[in-house]
Design a protein around this ligand. Structure first.
Ligand code: MF3
Ligand code: CO
Length: 250
């Protein structure tokens, strides 16, 4: 395992990349209305990338064909934007975006509720968002890596939800995916000791039903095996002497 601790200058570049990511997610979120296709969202992200002089972290990554991931309802992550996937009231859509600025990668995701969603759906989305905040609060120098995953698991499982294990968060820097892997489950007080300069992308994926996922024949779209709803939030977080800095929060 090779862990790259970042200098303050490198964290400043990571901050720029993540602010660009946040601007794109804000624009996509504002456009998330019934009748809009997930391809329309990809076009917004693509135009903004060019305007900002940033480079997509997703396009071409292991052959991924778009700049955005758009994951509707039972899609957990890695949904490919499509003209024929049109958002409707009651849907939820995970939007995930990453880009490089000054050679450093930003990565963040959020799940948006479209129109009027039912109370159960709203609860899942809000619990997933809350689990990410609890995980971020664990990003203190001296804490352990599994404190992060435990924060997610320990919050959502008692609510009757499950944590996806097939996909995990990750270190992030000059590459989108660096060591260490950051699972959304774990035991408190276990794992790598967190140090100033460590930067991690924490990304809980929480299912209303069972934790198992299945990848569709497009080789990207990951859905829940039981086709239950799934929500996903992600922030890139720097650990410092003075606690966590959420780089992807404007
Ligand atoms: N944010 C995701 C991740 O951390 C999405 C990357 S998938 C890609 O892994 F293929 F689109 F790049
Ligand atoms: Co990520």
């Amino acid at each position: 395992m090779k862990i790259y601790l970042k200098t303050p200058d490198e964290i400043a570049s990571l901050r720029k990349a993540n602010l660009a990511v946040a601007a794109v997610l804000d624009a996509c979120e504002a456009a998330c209305k019934p009748g809009v296709s997930t391809w329309d969202l990809n076009e917004i992200a693509d135009r903004m990338l060019k305007e900002m002089g940033a480079k997509s972290a997703f396009l071409g990554y292991h052959g991924y064909p778009a700049v955005l991931c758009t994951s509707v309802n039972e899609v957990v992550v890695h949904g490919i934007p499509r003209k024929d996937v049109v958002l409707k009231s009651g849907d939820i859509v995970g939007i995930d975006f990453g880009c490089f600025i000054e050679g450093f990668c930003g990565d963040s995701a959020r799940t948006i509720m479209i129109g009027k969603v039912d109370a159960e759906t709203k609860k899942l989305v809000e619990a997933t968002q809350k689990s990410l905040e609890l995980a971020i609060a664990q990003c203190q120098s001296g804490n352990r890596l599994q404190d992060i995953g435990w924060a997610v698991q320990g919050y959502v499982e008692p609510l009757g939800y499950s944590v996806v294990r097939t996909f995990v968060g990750h270190g992030i820097g000059k590459s989108m995916h660096e060591d260490p892997p950051v699972p959304n489950y774990g035991s408190p007080g276990r794992g790598l000791r967190l140090k100033p300069g460590l930067v991690v992308a924490i990304e809980p994926m929480v299912n209303a039903g069972q934790p198992e996922v299945e990848v569709l024949s497009d080789r990207w779209t990951a859905v829940t095996k039981d086709r239950s709803l799934s929500a996903h939030f992600e922030h890139s977080v720097a650990i410092t002497e003075n606690g966590p800095i959420v780089l992807s929060r404007p």
